[in-house]
Design a protein around this ligand. Structure first.
Ligand code: BJ2
Ligand code: ZN
Length: 616
């Protein structure tokens, strides 16, 4: 991009470089604010006109990035200090904006917004005149229904309404994106995304973490399978050991909290699902967000500013307009305007999501005075972890009782195991899903997975790592990855896997700082300004320092470590190992769904990494 043209002598003058940065920060904040406003208008009112305006602003922002990168490349980085050099490097790393062909640049923007529109306006038709959107209708079916066939209709209907319309667009998106980032020297878009973690062995690190955590997941999976067989009947389950993907209380089987009452080991105890109590107490979306805001304030952290309450969209509009309902947090890059967009339903899961989104806002608030290019997470996983760390305290039985959502809390072992199970359905169930999405995407970007193999490779990963299988026949014209927001919305996903590991490292560090003594899973840092100060100090840095330094400052370690997560769930794993004996695991290969074939005989049941290696 920039290197193709001849250029004069590099500028060696540091004060000139400082002046450049001052101008860049002022202008880039304006451009970023304009694009965020146009994007917000489109996301909260999907019309052709708003899409057109948003695309105009996106093009303007891309061109601004190109010009800024070109100007920045005229400075001699060797005369700068580390912080200044870090800013120049980030100004030049402009991602897919590096596409020099304006027609292609415009086309890429059109494809991306087209894919997000298709996903956000899709409806699943369970019957000819009964077409339902994902939020809240299909989500509620997965949370409440135990009707095998109704769940199949919702599961298949959603995939029919999204995948086939997205598949070809996605192939074009991959080609254009790869071409753009190759101008910056990245091998492909996956390499560009991984470069944000700034550690060459990142891929190996996450693979090692996943392998370390697999036993925990395999034992939880076995427990879930056993309980589901009692609900739906053994004959509904393939002999390969997989769980049909539509039975786990979630459209993507990515977390299984909806089944907490069916999955708790000791059933005689009071339910840990606070949804009914929230409804009984007439909780509103506002009350959910004020509850989250109150927790941050109890830590001495920054409260949500006035514009947050005036400009957020905390409920799905009822005036019939189309919106992107998938919850998200927004930084308008002007130091005062920060918003959440969430089609809030009054459920425990939405209470958790509200904390997740508010964690992003707190990070925006804490680093708002950094230079613009440092107004980012130390790495993307840090950004995903902030809200979840707070939610780990909020969800303890003690805290739930203190805010009146649980009435009786007992400390006996059985209640403790039940509570750990409820947390495992959220945190352990998620791990293979959080891991496999970008395993699939990285191979698509690198060209290893061809378009005609998209769906086959997707199900290979879902069967091998998640132990779930398609409940109905799939074909190459399906595009099931398209049924998950982050694929059409082009948001990287390994950040959530990273977050689910490091949030327990952060939780442990903050519990220690708060002076808490006891099992990690019952720690509640509420009102601890010591914990709040330690967390704020890390968040204020944004991406101005390597994430390993920031991790070291807060936790005493400079790496991702699954040990705090394993320690948190240790009592549950002991219980599950006893309960399961050898009855756990599944065949790494997907079961044969073709109606004619007799039940295929299966290889070894335990999906140990060795078996997987032999298979793959
Ligand atoms: C519900 C949540 N929505 C995302 C998030 O909050 O991360 C949204 C959409 C994609 C990025 N995003 C943002 O808000 C960013 N602007 C935040 C930032 O990077 O500043 C989400 O997708 N989650 C939460 C658990 C797992 C995953 C899922 O639901 O699968
Ligand atoms: Zn997030």
């Amino acid at each position: 991009l920039m290197i193709s043209e001849t250029r004069g002598e590099l500028i060696n003058n540091v004060s000139a470089a400082e002046a450049f940065l001052a101008t860049y920060n002022a202008e880039a904040s304006q451009v970023s604010n304009r694009y965020a406003e146009a994007s917000w208008t489109y996301n909260t009112n999907i019309t052709e006109y708003n899409q057109e305006i948003m695309l105009k602003e996106r093009l303007a922002a891309d061109k601004f990035s190109q010009e800024a990168a070109w100007n920045a490349s005229g400075y001699n980085l060797t005369v700068m200090d580390a912080t200044m050099r870090r800013q120049f490097v980030k100004i030049m790393d402009i991602g897919t904006a590096a596409q020099t062909n304006e027609t292609k640049l415009i086309h890429l923007g059109q494809i991306e917004s087209e894919m997000e529109t298709i996903y956000s306006t899709a409806k699943a038709c369970l019957a000819p005149e009964k077409c339902l959107p994902l939020d809240p209708d299909l989500t509620r079916i997965f949370t409440t229904s135990r009707d095998y066939d109704q769940l199949i209709a919702a599961w298949k209907g959603w995939r029919d309404a999204t995948g086939p319309k997205l598949k070809n667009l996605y192939t074009e998106f991959v080609t254009l994106s790869n071409e753009a980032v190759r101008n910056l020297g990245h091998a492909d878009l996956g390499a560009y995304w991984r470069s944000r973690y700034d550690t060459p062995e990142f891929e190996a690190d996450v693979q090692a973490l996943f392998d370390q955590l697999r036993p925990l997941y395999e034992h939880l999976h076995a427990h879930a399978r056993r309980r589901l067989k009692t609900i739906y009947g053994k004959d509904k389950f393939p002999s390969s050991g997989h769980i049909p993907a539509h039975l786990l209380g979630n459209m993507w089987a990515q977390q299984w909290s909806s089944l907490v009452d069916e999955f708790v080991p000791y059933k005689g105890k009071p339910s840990l699902d606070v949804t009914p109590e929230m409804v009984h107490q007439n909780y509103t979306a506002e009350k959910i967000f004020h509850t989250a805001d109150n927790f941050f304030q109890s830590l001495g952290m920054i409260p949500m500013p006035e514009p947050f309450w005036n400009k957020s969209m905390l409920k799905k509009p009822t005036d019939g307009r189309d919106v992107v309902c998938h919850a998200s947090a927004w930084d308008f890059s002007n130091g005062i305007d920060f918003r959440i967009k969430q089609c809030t339903d009054i459920t425990q899961q939405h209470l958790e999501t509200a904390h997740h989104e508010m964690g992003h806002i707190e990070y925006y608030l804490q680093y708002k005075d950094q230079p613009l290019v440092f107004q980012k997470g130390a790495n993307p996983g840090f950004h995903e972890a902030v809200g979840d760390v707070i939610a780990l305290s909020v969800q303890t039985p003690e805290h739930m009782k203190s805010i009146g959502l649980l009435h009786s809390v007992s400390n006996d072992t059985e209640t403790d195991i039940n509570f750990l199970m409820s947390m495992a359905l959220q945190k352990i169930a998620f791990l293979p899903f959080g891991f496999l999405i970008d395993q699939w995407r990285w191979r698509v970007f690198s060209g290893d997975t061809k378009p005609e193999q998209y769906n086959e490779h997707w199900w290979n990963l879902r069967c091998r790592y998640q132990g779930v299988s398609a409940p109905v026949e799939r074909s190459a014209s399906d595009f099931d990855p398209g049924a998950k927001f982050h694929i059409p919305a082009n948001t990287p996903y390994i950040r959530y896997f990273v977050s689910f590991v490091i949030q327990f490292q952060f939780h442990k560090a903050l519990c220690d700082k708060s002076g808490y003594i006891g099992p990690l899973h019952r720690c509640d840092i509420y009102n601890s300004t010591e914990a709040g100060t330690a967390l704020s100090e890390m968040l204020k840095l944004g991406s101005s320092k390597p994430w390993t330094d920031e991790m070291q400052n807060l936790t005493g370690q400079a790496k991702m470590d699954a040990q705090p997560l394993m320690d948190y769930f240790k009592p549950l794993l002991e219980y599950l190992r006893k309960e399961n004996g050898n009855d756990y695991g599944w065949d790494p290969i997907c079961p044969d769904l073709t109606p004619t074939s007799s039940g295929r005989n299966h290889g070894s049941k335990v999906s140990s990494p060795l078996t997987t290696l032999l298979i793959s």
